[in-house]
Write a protein that binds this ligand. Structure first.
Ligand code: KIV
Length: 281
């Protein structure tokens, strides 16, 4: 008899249908254990390419590879049961052509079992999004601040803070939705513009630094847990795990040095003759 519980995983169409309804909740996850914890509360888990900065200490997301995304995507799938898992396409794996994007996305889907991919870019990615969706790849868009473009935009700063800059960002949102994306992340965009885009497009908008006007919210898990040393203005720290992890490590180091850990309760004794015969632990 299988001990596995029959839990249906949310799909891209499920999320698409949530437009204008109860806010969509999402966090990033890169590991099986954090995925397991977040799965209960989140509608989707994003295996973001932010893992390059958060897990690997990189300055930007640019060096992240498809292999890194696949390894962590697989871990998140293993750790979760219910949430849709969306895996980010890293820089250089989808921009060159629609065909390149399809081959990379198909690899991610086959090798992780994720339910959707996310890619950055608005109008310039519309043809690619359409090509992928027509071939069975659910796509989440990502507009506003697109961190993979850091080397051309120069800095991670909020977008659309002057009305004169709204047009291109709104056009990006419409292009991504019209191309068939089931949802889109809007990153670091001024509130009135995020509200306007959310009203303008028929698919859910997921805000990160884009105000409560969006249809849902996402944060980088390590940022909201207080594990990241520096966080953007839009992050609220819902926990302060950094100091509490450091206290635990200091306690462990102190006890090892004082020879009070391991204690008798953590030590294996010899098996009694009776147990040896019965093969008990
Ligand atoms: O990589 C990431 O974590 C993301 C979120 C910031 C949306 O793209």
């Amino acid at each position: 008899m299988s001990m596995q519980q029959d839990v249906r995983r949310l799909t891209a169409p499920d999320l698409r249908a949530r437009k204008g309804g109860e806010p969509i909740v999402s966090l990033t996850a890169y590991h099986a254990h954090t995925a397991r914890l977040a799965d209960k509360y989140c509608d989707f888990l994003l295996v973001g390419d932010s893992l390059g900065m958060v897990m690997h200490g990189l300055e930007t997301t640019v060096p992240v590879t498809l292999d890194m995304m696949i390894l962590q995507g697989l871990a998140v799938i293993r750790g979760s049961q219910r949430a849709l898992v969306v895996v980010d396409m890293p820089f250089g794996t989808y921009e060159a052509s629609k065909e390149q994007a399809f081959l990379s996305a198909a690899r991610v889907m086959k090798e992780t079992g994720c339910g959707a991919i996310k890619l950055e870019g608005g109008r310039r990615m519309a043809d690619t999004i359409r090509f992928l969706v027509e071939r069975g790849v659910p796509v989440m868009g990502h507009i506003g601040l697109t961190p993979q473009s850091i080397n051309t935009i120069g800095s991670f700063r909020a977008q659309g803070r002057e009305e004169k800059d709204w047009g291109p960002i709104e056009d990006d949102a419409r292009a991504v939705a019209d191309a068939g994306a089931f949802s889109m992340v809007i990153e670091a965009v001024a509130e009135p513009l995020a509200r306007r885009i959310t009203r303008a497009v028929a698919v859910p908008t997921i805000g990160i630094g884009a105000s409560p006007a969006c249809d849902g919210q996402i944060l980088v898990l390590e940022d909201m847990l207080g594990l990241s040393p520096r966080v953007p203005k839009f992050v609220k720290r819902f926990g302060e795990l950094g100091p509490s992890i450091e206290r635990a490590i200091a306690g462990y180091a102190g006890e090892v040095r004082a020879r009070t850990f391991p204690g008798p309760e953590h030590v294996y004794g010899m098996k009694a003759a009776k147990d040896r015969k019965e093969g008990t632990r």
